[in-house]
Ligand binder design. Structure first.
Ligand SMILES: [Zn+2]
Ligand SMILES: [Zn+2]
Length: 731
């Protein structure tokens, strides 16, 4: 590997900082010089800030005023491919480069010297007096050969108090040493035996491993129904990357629930990988950032922001559940991690594996067009097959207005209870009821800061705004008419469904699974593990249960409201409903028992519902693709959403109208602008929101035109403008 370009002391260099300045600043290289890409500390006004040496300086202003870099930080310089990735991602998402750099430096204390901690190992002497407790400590150290431990680890391992260890230190029987706190991650062993693979899994694994060994860019759509062994297959691609001395990244949605996944990785490679997610402590983040940068973390399992870690030699990115909407970051820098993974891999010659049972339409189209390779896994483990799927026509059920479980579904659950099998009742709505209505005056309780209803969470005994997170206690009197005792819950949420199930099946063990009902991810995980082992007969769950958990005793899935996702104007509504319903149905019948999935619907003849029931995915995608192509929308055309927001509704609309009028830069590339219109949620956190939508041909140079166009609006005061390229949601 050749060293990056070097700047001699005093040379004029450009430094990119994370400060929102809109440009690279000129400095002089410090004493001792610095490399291109070096992380440096520079003076900025009265402050010191961290930046990266981005190239030669511009020299476009008074050279005598240019200040020198204060110091070069003790971390590996940013590699050329990473700088290129940040620049191209910034161009694509129309994000200022400093904001991209912030994503790439999300580790605290980058500039600090490595911090130290005390570790303990076997010393050279024997204790003067041997006690049972001391014996335990020395035995523990003996059992682990020459390894060293922290004080707490050693005391716990030996089952003694820390004072026993300290006593041994005083006598030289245990040695106390200092070592850097940020330790390399344990080496993973790709040569260990993996799980036995079926013939088509083995063929797929072999194919992916060959692609990784080519050390060239390529993307593969790995498609397989739930339980077809996608994870085992792509772990072999990870093994190929590690064997070749390259790093691998596995992106997962819902990172808090990955314990099951980590166990599988550990079983395959003999040690734990690095785990990067929003719940990681500052210390963990710093360790991972540094170790990834110096090649001492071979495999990272992470949420979308793990894409911005400073990999030294990245050979493979797996995007698991690639269709998942959580890959799109909807705040701050608006990017889709799936698309950015492909960009990043194409720059560094890595392979991408997009894994899903129900791929996004974008990926399906790319695979069909031959842009991505396609790998299909057909067989499920063992004799189980995809469940039998049927609709329950709710128009014929005549349920009372406060009941949601139909007679048909009730009898099916009852039959499972009698056979000792599990049932899952699925509703994609958190809380107790979506609407709280005053029966005296008709008022619906809304959020004070958003145009959204407050959702009753009976478990928390509060009303919660799902837009901004604001909560308030459940009122006793109507806030509008002050009448007492007339507030009523309208519609079902997961908690209310749990209540109904308890009434219908009084002898069953019922577990309600919703993320906000557990104090911690760990408590939720423990509950899920218990359920998988059979501690519940009926599971009531939200989207949470659709994702990757194994419930071997589950043979029935009942979808309470299959129509829910079909409402609204979102162009992806059909796609999402199809994916979610297929995923939920895939929970049923994973072991030896065949499963059944029943969908309660008021529109059984709806094309999406019929496609779900028919199980003909390719037919569904082809029809959906045809409709999008005819409408010229993604993935056949380009789209960008513009959200203007501010506290003063008139000023926000003025800015929107100004943009709509001055559409010259867009017309120049044949793009159209729609709006301004109030956003579907017209007020969030007290800010009024106005949307414009831009549509262009697939090949139009959209970003450059957008940049020119939005630059015409002066963003004074509290007015904000966000550009969302390839919008996923339209709220
Ligand atoms: Zn009222
Ligand atoms: Zn709110």
């Amino acid at each position: 590997m050749s060293l990056p370009q070097f700047y001699d002391p005093g040379a004029l260099i450009g430094v990119l900082t994370t400060q929102p300045l809109g440009r690279v600043l000129d400095y002089r290289a410090p004493e001792g010089g610095c490399h291109l890409g070096a992380f440096v500390e520079v003076p900025l006004g009265p402050r010191k800030v961290v930046g990266v040496v981005w190239g030669p300086g511009q020299g476009d202003y008074d050279r005598s005023k240019i200040r020198a870099v204060l110091r070069v930080l003790d971390v590996a310089p940013m590699r050329a491919e990473m700088r290129s990735f940040l620049e191209r991602a910034a161009d694509y998402t129309l994000t200022p480069l400093p904001a991209m750099l912030r994503l790439a430096t999300r580790a605290p204390g980058l500039g600090d010297p490595p911090s130290m901690r005390k570790i303990y190992r076997r010393g050279s002497s024997e204790p003067d007096k041997m006690t049972a407790a001391r014996r335990k400590v020395l035995d523990a150290l003996h059992d682990y050969g020459d390894l060293s431990f922290t004080l707490k680890e050693l005391a716990e391992m030996a089952g003694v108090g820390t004072s026993v260890v300290k006593g041994l230190v005083a006598q030289g029987a245990v040695a106390e040493e200092t070592s850097p706190r940020d330790l390399p991650f344990p080496r993973l062993d790709p040569a260990r035996d993996g799980k036995a693979l079926t013939a088509d899994q083995a063929a797929g694994a072999c194919d992916l491993a060959d692609a990784v060994r080519s050390e060239r860019y390529g993307t593969t759509l790995l498609r397989g129904v739930t339980g077809s062994g996608k994870t085992e297959v792509y772990l072999e691609a990870v093994a190929a990357a590690l064997s070749a001395g390259r790093q691998a990244l596995v992106l997962l949605p819902e990172i808090a629930l990955t314990a099951e996944f980590l166990t599988r990785v550990q079983a395959r490679f003999g040690a734990k990988p690095a785990e990067w997610h929003s719940g990681a402590t500052m210390t963990e983040r710093r360790r991972i950032w540094r170790m990834v940068g110096q090649g001492d973390a071979q495999l990272v399992i992470g949420a979308r922001s793990a894409l911005f870690l400073p990999y030294q030699n990245l050979g493979l990115i797996v995007v698991d559940e690639e269709h998942d909407t959580s890959y799109k970051q909807e705040e701050g820098v608006l990017y889709n991690a799936r698309d950015m993974a492909v960009l990043r891999a194409s720059i560094c010659g890595a392979q991408v594996v997009l894994a899903s049972a129900t791929p996004s339409l974008e990926s399906w189209v790319n695979a069909t067009a031959g842009k991505y390779r396609r790998l299909e896994l057909t067989s499920r483990y063992g004799p189980a097959v995809m469940p039998e799927m049927r609709a329950i026509d709710m128009r014929a059920e005549n349920l009372p207005s406060n009941r949601w479980i139909s007679g048909v579904l009730q009898r099916e659950v009852q039959a499972r209870l009698e056979r000792g099998e599990q049932s899952l009742l699925f509703i994609n709505r958190r809380g107790y009821a979506p609407i709280t209505l005053c029966r005296a005056c008709g008022h619906q309780i809304g959020c004070d800061h958003c145009d959204a209803r407050m959702v009753e969470h009976r478990f928390l005994k509060r009303l919660v705004c799902h837009q901004c997170g604001e909560t308030k206690p459940m009122p006793q009197v109507c806030p509008s008419c002050n009448v007492e005792g007339k507030l009523a819950a309208v519609g079902p949420g997961v908690e209310r469904l749990g209540e109904e199930a308890t009434e219908l099946f009084p002898d069953a063990r019922i577990a309600t699974l919703s993320s906000d009902m557990y104090g911690s991810a760990r408590a939720l995980k423990a509950e899920i593990e218990g359920i998988a082992e059979g501690t519940a007969d009926v599971i009531i769950g939200t989207q949470l249960v659709a994702k990757g958990h194994n419930f071997p005793k589950l043979t029935l899935v009942g979808v309470i409201d299959a129509d829910l996702g079909l409402q609204g104007s979102d162009l992806r509504a059909a796609e999402r409903t199809f994916q979610l319903m297929r995923q939920v149905a895939g929970r049923a019948g994973r072991a030896e028992k065949p499963g059944t999935a029943l969908m309660q619907t008021y529109q059984p003849e709806h094309p999406v519902i019929r496609a779900i029931l028919a199980g003909d995915e390719d037919k569904f995608w082809a029809a959906e693709a045809g409709e999008r192509e005819a409408a010229g929308v993604p993935p056949y055309g380009r789209m960008a959403g513009i959200i203007l927001s501010g506290p003063d509704v008139a000023r926000v609309f003025d800015a929107g109208n100004l943009l709509a009028r001055q559409d010259g830069p867009l017309r120049a590339i044949g793009a159209q602008v729609f709006g301004p219109a109030p956003a579907p949620i017209a007020r969030v956190r007290g800010r009024h929101r106005v949307r414009l939508l831009v549509k262009a041909e697939k090949t139009a140079p959209l970003q450059a035109a957008l940049a020119k166009w939005v630059a015409q609006v002066p963003l004074r005061g509290d007015l904000r403008l966000a550009v969302d390229i390839d919008p996923q949601s339209f709220y």
